[in-house]
Design a protein. Sequence first.
Length: 112
Amino acid sequence: MENDEDLEELRKKRMLQLQQQLIEAQKQEEVRAQIEAQKQSILRQILTPDARSRIARLQMVRPQLAEQLVLQLISLAESGRVNVPITDEQLKTILKRLKGQQRETKITFKQK
């Protein structure tokens, strides 16, 4: 009998832990969603529709690069170092500079 009670108590504790983890995960997801909504709102203000479209395409292909670009664009706009709205041509220039900063990794194989 005592084992059954211990087992039931362990189950209740585990269930409580899982519920708390789920609540915490939901809170984190809400925060992420709010941050993403703020970024999209800022991008609508500082980019032309063509530039936003280019970033959307870039996010499909290179999500990390797109995220880095978005953060840099927001930073540039907030500091006043770029004219708003940013056109597609200006975005291309910024993207080229950003890609130039990244190191390209090449792997070569030697044949025996």
